[in-house]
Design a protein around this ligand. Sequence first.
Ligand SMILES: Cc1cc2nc3c(=O)[nH]c(=O)nc-3n(C[C@H](O)[C@H](O)[C@H](O)COP(=O)(O)OP(=O)(O)OC[C@H]3O[C@@H](n4cnc5c(N)ncnc54)[C@H](O)[C@@H]3O)c2cc1C
Ligand code: SF4
Length: 330
Amino acid sequence: MKMPPFVLHSPSSITEAMSIAETLMDIGEDFDWISGGTDLLPNYKWHLNPKSSVISLAGVQEMSMLTSTHIGGMVRIHDLCNSPSTHPMIRQAAETIASVMIRRSGTVGGNICLDTRCFWFNQTEDWRRSIEWCHKCDCDTSADCRVIPNQNTLCVATYQADLAPVLMCLGATIHLVSPQGERSMPLSEFFELDGMKRNVLEEGELVSHLTLPKEAENWNGAYRKLRLRESWDFPEAGVAVAWTKEGDNLEGLRVATTGCESIPRLHEEEASLALENWNGAESIKELGQAIRKAVKPVNNTYFPPAYRRKMLPVLVKRAFAGLNSEAEVL
Ligand SMILES: Cc1cc2nc3c(=O)[nH]c(=O)nc-3n(C[C@H](O)[C@H](O)[C@H](O)COP(=O)(O)OP(=O)(O)OC[C@H]3O[C@@H](n4cnc5c(N)ncnc54)[C@H](O)[C@@H]3O)c2cc1C
Ligand code: SF4
């Protein structure tokens, strides 16, 4: 598993990064952004779509700012876990990501933009050669997808990062920069239901930071995750639930999932229906079933899709555990 050769560029500002990106694009050279490298470098070692150039964001100081409403793309997951300004729900999700060592290098930008995963894809080159590749990394063979066979246009690899559902529930906005300028959008509109494209990022565009509205501090909630080994595994299914209360009354409710499809998803319809007819434990049960119906996992991660769906109502129920005793969750 030798690392393929690539040219490393190390800008020290976003402006410099954009200028390098523009130059590479002008000469038709493919490149990837790299932040902590905890996902990209293992993928390169397995020869999963490596590029000839890599632009490191490690020296871009302006992307490391962390406050209660501003999270830079280069903020390390470890810092997110340990900063007093981190919202408790974000901290809770961050603490479930991988291991301490990976969290020290891994960043928020890399976590949000994490490549989708599939057990036909996240394998060594020899393993993939033995099955004659798959559509996402086809070595110019036009190989079919192994999950949805007899076609090579769709990839349904699974998005398995933990931060997105919590950030969606807190109303995060994502901020992008490209040589053409800047744009922003709600995080829930950033992802694309395509295991290869993954999100709306265009060539040369990066995630500079995320912002949270001031009112995010009024939302409480929890993140619950199904995984094989508690020590460091990716979510096989993840549920974030957030609420606001006025006295004992539920005022606001948001639910989002990860690890179930090619995108993390904010379930606005299901949450507002539950809120309209709120009836405590009964509503939590119905909401869990509605989420189970809404997501469509495929057979490409460790646990079978039927089990992952079956666990969604359980995760929803667990995430609500602190609704009437918030100290327990936060
Ligand atoms: C053993 C192991 C266990 C793991 N477990 C988990 C887990 O439980 N939960 C989880 O969520 N993740 C897990 N991960 C995945 C990963 O380590 C983390 O998601 C980490 O946060 C990725 O951040 P990074 O900075 O290292 O990303 P990188 O590897 O640097 O980049 C990842 C991807 O994002 C792109 N990218 C990086 N930064 C930007 C940016 N600012 N703008 C645009 N694109 C960008 C890169 O081009 C690349 O495609 C695990 C990884 C390993 C190796
Ligand atoms: S979903 Fe299909 S195309 Fe995508 S990585 Fe898996 S096997 Fe390959």
